[in-house]
Design a protein around this ligand. Structure first.
Ligand code: ASP
Length: 451
């Protein structure tokens, strides 16, 4: 059975078992709690940790290699500008769609004051911790200054991906400027790191069917399905708009801009989409993205290594769409309807904050609190949606990751480095089990010595 199919089965089995257990025994049943604690959560966490383990070395090595591979620093600037331009334009498309759907259906008008106050009271504690994070991470000029990391090791330790990306960019640029012989040595060294990391990802992905099942079981078995009822229309609006963005906007881009069949495209990136869905983290999905992009789409490593890390933190279509719809929804719930001009401001703020959001579960919530405050919604108002946020997070992260793949394919195509004809006939990640490792053959040119 293909790895992709196994992962999908893991997802479905985990979700079905979790929902069944939740509806029959209840999420608080001691047996369910114990199963989560001793089986589902450890398996899910080990899978997640294996992915997180390689994120920082991979980001550094792949960005530095990407920049060194592009070679000319002006070219790096041009491709970087084009990449960010693509992120911004497609994010604007997604927020606009979300705002249009939400303004038409107006889910906020269907939540009465007593439901609102009940949700506010139930999630008050969780909301206050989000508000605290929001106050600590004010979004402003420092956000940009801080990208220029003072200490790349600290950035890696703190999970500050933008700092590591910046250091990788500088390192790669430096390589192009030093003596060719030493530059070549460094490139080989970085290639070695990134190959090893991809092998680790392949090993981790073997665990994915179980890890994904464990993660999804943990969410569904504990989920308050009863909560869905009052917010059902809001949840349906967010999920529906995300689905529209993925199946219409993105598919049109894949078909007409990238020149590939959307069905083939989606099937090639399925492992990455499922990883995003079950982990709710673009950061955790980054290693899988790079492996899938290079092996299943056949993208050149210098493009994949450059675009995916940037995308993991900056390309968040799903997050921006979610933020836009949530702002309109909560403004209505709190009786602060928005004018058309204010909606334009919402759009701009959502695009900016989606770029700034961390690719971790719930990474956008603190920024969303800040945007809500701009429109007079009390910070504590975020409590209204916290109960359903995990499900929305899974869906929006999947769309975020989809955006990363379209961006990488778009850049590779527009630079003349790749076309749909380069997509390999067989699935690379599925071939991962076959022994395609270089090994240590007796190499005549080196007399059989290890290099
Ligand atoms: N979980 C999202 C991601 O990692 C970020 C967010 O919207 O909270 O892409």
């Amino acid at each position: 059975m293909k790895l992709q199919t196994k992962i999908l089965l893991g997802l479905l089995a985990g979700a079905a078992a979790g929902i069944a257990v939740n509806l029959t025994l209840g999420g608080d049943h001691p047996g369910v709690v114990a199963f989560n604690r001793y089986v589902a959560s450890p398996v899910g966490q080990i899978f997640l940790r294996l992915l997180f383990m390689v994120v920082m070395p991979l980001v550094f090595a792949s960005i530095a290699l990407g920049v060194a591979g592009i070679g000319d620093i002006r070219k790096v600037g041009r491709i970087g500008g084009k990449t960010i331009g693509y992120f911004l334009i497609t994010t604007v498309l997604s927020v606009t769609l979300g705002l249009a759907v939400c303004a038409t259906i107006r889910p906020g008008s269907r939540v009465d004051a007593s439901t609102r106050d009940g949700l506010l009271a139930s999630y008050a504690d969780e909301a206050s911790s989000k508000i605290e994070t929001s106050q600590q991470n004010e979004f402003g000029i420092e956000t940009f200054v801080n990208i220029v990391t003072r200490n790349p090791i600290k950035s890696a330790v703190d999970g500050d991906m933008l700092g590591v990306i910046f250091f990788g960019l500088m390192f790669g640029a430096g390589i192009t400027l030093i003596h060719e012989k030493r530059g070549k040595f460094l490139v080989e060294w970085l290639e070695g790191i990134s190959e090893v990391v991809i092998k680790i990802v392949e090993m981790a992905m073997k665990l994915a069917p179980f890890g994904v099942a464990g993660l999804i079981f943990g969410v569904t078995s504990r989920f308050g399905f009863a909560l869905f009822a009052p917010l059902a229309i809001y949840v349906a609006v967010v999920l529906g708009a995300l689905l529209l963005h993925a199946t219409v906007t993105m598919s049109l881009i894949v078909r007409f801009v990238i020149g590939m069949s959307p069905v083939l495209f989606f099937s090639r990136i399925r492992e990455a989409l499922i990883t995003a869905f079950s982990t709710s983290s673009s950061g955790a999905t980054l290693p899988t993205n790079i492996a899938v992009g290079e092996q299943n789409l056949g993208l050149p490593p210098k493009v994949a290594g450059f675009v995916y890390p940037l995308g993991a933190t900056m390309c968040m279509h799903g997050t921006a769409l979610f933020e836009g719809t949530t702002v309109i929804f909560l403004c209505e719930v709190f009786g602060k309807p928005l004018s058309l001009g204010q909606m334009a401001v919402v759009m701009v703020m959502c695009v900016i904050t989606a770029v700034g959001a961390a690719g971790v579960p719930g990474g956008s919530i603190p920024l969303l609190v800040g945007v809500l405050a701009m429109f007079g919604v009390p910070a504590a108002g975020i409590a209204v949606i916290l109960g359903v946020d995990r499900v929305l997070d899974m869906a929006r992260t999947t769309v975020n990751v989809l955006g990363d793949h379209t961006a990488a394919a778009f850049i590779a195509k527009s630079e003349g480095l790749w076309t749909a004809a380069d997509v390999p006939a067989t699935f690379g990640m599925d071939r991962a089990g076959a022994d395609d490792s270089p090994g240590w053959p007796a190499d005549e040119s080196t007399g059989g010595e290890k290099k």
